[in-house]
Design a protein around this ligand. Structure first.
Ligand SMILES: *Cc1c(COP(=O)(O)O)cnc(C)c1O
Length: 224
């Protein structure tokens, strides 16, 4: 299958899952995760209509951004953030999904150039309570969101999650349900973004309210 056929197929899946839960297909943004894939693949996906691309590694992303500078792409950073990379991330991305501490949020706010609009961010939440996974706990969420609202160069949009992989549909839904409830309990209308769902749990994510699905493998094939 070509990238363009994959996009059609994933788009059809998203639309079908939306029908099962009475959602509008336009309420789910397909973020194409292009990490490890060449600029030519991004170009093919762009020609097929995609405009939002997600990258995990700063250097790799910057290289592709240079190669694709003629394209009108919205770039999302979705990988782990090292503090020595915040300056580049703050300058070269439109969104950052993987903010997981106040320290990193403050650096991004301080380093976001003034000639650019505030940086859209999501807080990465550790929904599987695994010590090894990055992300803030649900308990920390209320205090952290209040602190981040005070940072002038950031626009806090919502939350991002990468749960531990589960095969079963019902098990895939659980962490998302918990996360959505925790965010709704915050009662913050500005939080309009739920970044969750990948190739293997798209349906569970959409049924639980995802507004951005981050899909790599189903669009670009397996990563080596
Ligand atoms: C790689 C990656 C994805 C895409 O995963 P697939 O299973 O290939 O769809 C989504 N989100 C993050 C944070 C990733 O690192």
């Amino acid at each position: 299958m070509t990238i363009s056929e994959n996009i059609k197929s994933v788009g059809d899946d998203i639309a079908a899952y939306c029908v099962t839960c009475n959602r509008m297909p336009q309420s789910v943004l397909l973020l194409a995760v292009s990490k490890t894939k060449p600029a030519a693949d991004i170009s093919a996906a762009y020609q097929a209509g995609l405009r939002h691309f997600g990258e995990n590694y700063c250097q790799e992303a910057l290289l592709k951004q240079q190669q694709l500078s003629a394209f009108d792409i919205t770039w999302h950073f979705i990988g782990p953030i090292q503090s020595n990379k915040t300056k580049l991330i703050a300058r070269h991305f439109n969104w950052v999904h993987s903010v997981d501490s106040l320290r990193i949020a403050k650096r991004l706010s301080e380093q976001r150039p003034n000639d650019l609009p505030p940086l859209n961010i999501c807080l990465q939440v550790n929904v599987s309570q695994e010590a090894s996974k990055s992300g803030v706990s649900l308990v920390e969420l209320p205090a952290l969101t209040s602190e981040i609202y005070l940072l002038p160069r950031l626009k806090l949009r919502g939350v991002m999650a990468i749960p531990a992989p589960q095969q079963e549909y019902e098990l895939q839904r659980l962490p998302y349900k918990t996360l959505v409830k925790a965010v709704n309990d915050l009662n913050q209308p500005a939080l309009d973004t739920f970044s969750f769902g990948m190739t293997d749990d798209l349906k569970a994510a959409i049924v639980e309210g995802s507004t951005i699905v981050r899909v790599g493998t189903a669009l670009f094939g397996k990563r080596s």
